[in-house]
Design a protein around this ligand. Sequence first.
Ligand code: C5P
Length: 395
Amino acid sequence: MRIIVGISGGIAAYKIPFLIRLLKKNGADVKCIMTPSAKDFISPLVLSTLSNNPVGIDFWNKETGVWNNHVQYGEWADLLVIAPATANTISKMATGACDNLLLATYLSMRQKTLLVPAMDLDMYQHPTVKRNFEQLSSDGLHILPAESGELASGLFGEGRMAEPEMILKKIQEILDVKPLLLGKTILITAGPTHEAIDPVRFIGNNSSGKMGFALAKRALNLGAKVKLICGPTTCVLEHDSLEIIPVITADEMLFNVQAHWSTSDIGIFSAAVADYKPAKMEVEKIKKSDAPLQLTLVKNPDIVQWASNNKSAKQLTVGFALETNNESENALTKLLNKKMDIVILNSLNEKGAGFEKDTNKITIFDSKGATKIFNLKQKSEVAIDIFDHIIEYSK
Ligand code: C5P
């Protein structure tokens, strides 16, 4: 979860450090943006220390000379949570006003926004405020209503900001985050491997690593620690619970899997490991000539096979089968031969599925005899289906 917590100027801002700590504990990356008046209620230093990120207040930080780019904030976040949301900020959001960094970020958000209002009883009941809520709700915002109780003014009634635990629950509901893998470590291999022929050439394939990275993101959203051992890729992912171990060759991938396997609960082997490597790497660049060039290739180690041969009763191995013919039969043979618990078949015959694409169409087979066929989906959604199956299989 990448969360921006937007704080406007209300006394309920004192609860925000607790919210940030809860979010961090649940594996979220947090950035804070304050309206200028929020500084009167809570120190930016508290927020930057707890979130482990600089706090955005002005468009331009005159001390550091740094421009706070609202567009980048809007692209970065999975969710903007405005808490406390004051009547003033709510009214500006409802009309599209944009006179501070928080409002500009709201207008730049690619993903969803959650509004957590806090104000005094009579303000909360005012028809103008109610009208603004209706407007924002029809604009697609999520609103976590204020609770009833004692207010800072001494009045008693509706207007108290929801407690941090409730806000976290709502965030998890909106982002469909179920911490079902809390305490688990997931090892994932991803991307291609490159097997050097000489200092400038290699044997490789078109794997982009996108499926492996989508799996890593889903595992992190489910609360797991992830060790992502990946071959050369342009994919990027950052998270406090993520360790990325970049490798080039199949031998390096195997070495790192061997180093981390005993401390992992589940291994998902989505890497497109080169089946063969040159018997030896030439030290100097091979010179071109008119004569045919012969390379001697030797087989690479089978990484998932090694993990399956060395798994305890509690560990699971999940592999992929990329097939062009006799697809189900070949996938089931791999499940058996490589002693995997689950195999995910994806076919190169499916339009929109496979290497470098953002979509995939899979069929899942498992060693308990289950078969599940899925439609063509975004790889992020495919990752959700795969983890749903793994969790069900592990029960
Ligand atoms: O045999 P094939 O390459 O089709 O098997 C695919 C599955 O095996 C994938 O999960 C892949 O990551 C894994 N594999 C591996 N090491 C290899 C070859 C494949 O882990 N050398």
